[in-house]
Write a protein that binds this ligand. Structure first.
Ligand SMILES: Cc1ncc(COP(=O)(O)O)c(C=O)c1O
Length: 357
């Protein structure tokens, strides 16, 4: 079961507990928060010892900002957080074959963990996805289908397959978010079990933003933190349905016209969990902002010049941090994230280098 019989979204209610001393004594992986991850039996855990990525201070426009280096995950993006937990659940359920659709990184992550668990998988991606991500999916042994048209066309093609094969969707499947929520636990622990003031995240389908929100809520409920951080969600100017809904106070996500963007990972015109993302941002007293292609290219060049080789989608978050700093107060602790590795998008990086974009 990956969605409700009424066709609606599923979420997981789970009583997480945190024994800080025990957690501190465990290996530095996301599985150190074992009592917060709803997998019944350790024997089912599918893991490459991923997680607990460095939280590094980086100077952005003269201001120190913390960045989680989630581009250093085994498959090269933060999606491994969700894939490790979701594929562990698949193993627990005895599922032997799945389908998934993605802009590339989630597909690569699911394919990697399915390879480890010996679960067959077929990944659908939009035509034009970065060659590095396609190669990864294929070499992990997954079947790859490139779908002409938009990211939404890819999702529709996959839904048809999902009528007969289990849908390991990083967007629909609630177990994926049980993995991405570990982002919040790690940030909090790495700051000395303190909650930051603000988190700036790139958002398309919101798998990291919602995971972080769920994670910070659990820490609040467990009495470990006293508040939620403000969630600042960054979208590409050329594909920003959530930003529009936020600025125009709409309840539903509007249909928008889109244009091409370097940020393939957040080019989501119809986010399935759109309303939920809006509610999470509002609940945290956060906001949405957009960044232009030029700002992304500048941020990408700036980060590479500092030695951080990130993909263009990740540069959207860095550009968002720059924008946000314009109205941040001096004492604020700001955390952001480097979501994907630049080696996945070599052809796009080469275009940036040659100043074609
Ligand atoms: C590198 C990278 N960053 C950010 C995102 C955004 O994630 P989401 O669409 O879940 O908000 C993605 C999604 O594919 C991605 O690949």
């Amino acid at each position: 079961m990956w969605r409700c019989a009424c066709q609606g979204l599923l979420d997981i209610e789970f009583q997480s507990t945190f024994d800080l001393e025990r957690i501190g004594a465990r290996p530095r992986t996301l599985w150190r928060y074992r009592e917060a991850i709803p997998i019944a039996d350790d024997a089912h855990i599918v893991s490459f010892d991923e997680g607990f990525t460095p939280l590094t201070r980086i100077d952005i426009d003269g201001r120190a900002v913390w960045f989680k280096q989630d581009h250093l995950f085994p498959s090269g993006s933060y999606k491994d957080r969700g894939a490790s937990v979701l594929v562990s659940k698949l193993k627990e359920l005895g599922i032997s074959r799945v389908v998934e659709d993605s802009s590339g990184n989630a597909g690569a992550a699911i394919a990697a963990y399915c390879a480890s668990a010996r679960i067959g998988c077929r990944i659908f991606v939009p035509q034009g996805t970065s060659a590095g991500k396609l190669t990864q999916v294929r070499l992990y042994g997954a079947e790859l289908t490139e779908v002409p048209g938009s990211r939404e066309d890819t999702a529709r093609a996959t839904l048809k397959e999902a009528a007969t094969t289990y849908y390991a969707s990083h967007v629909w499947n609630p177990f994926f978010f049980q993995g991405t929520k570990t982002f919040a636990f790690e940030v909090c622990e790495q700051l000395g079990w303190r909650c930051p003031d603000t988190i700036v995240l790139p958002v398309g389908n919101g798998t990291l933003l919602l995971g972080a929100y769920f994670g910070f809520l659990e820490l609040l409920r467990a009495g470990i933190s006293e508040r939620l951080p403000r969630l600042v969600a960054v979208q590409a100017e050329s594909c920003a349905p959530l930003h529009r809904a936020f600025t125009e106070s709409l309840e539903a996500i509007p249909r928008i016209a889109t244009s091409a963007t370097l940020a393939e990972g957040i080019a989501i015109a119809e986010p399935v969990r759109g309303r939920q993302i809006l509610r999470a941002v509002l609940d945290s007293e956060g906001s949405f902002l957009t960044v232009s292609e030029t700002e992304m290219v500048q941020a990408l060049r700036m980060m590479c010049a500092k030695g951080f080789y990130i993909e263009p989608t990740s540069a959207a978050a860095v550009a968002g941090v720059s924008r946000y700093l314009g109205h941040a107060d001096d004492q604020e602790t700001i955390v952001s994230v480097l979501t994907g590795h630049g080696l996945k998008a070599t052809e796009k990086m080469a275009r940036v280098m040659a100043e074609i974009v």
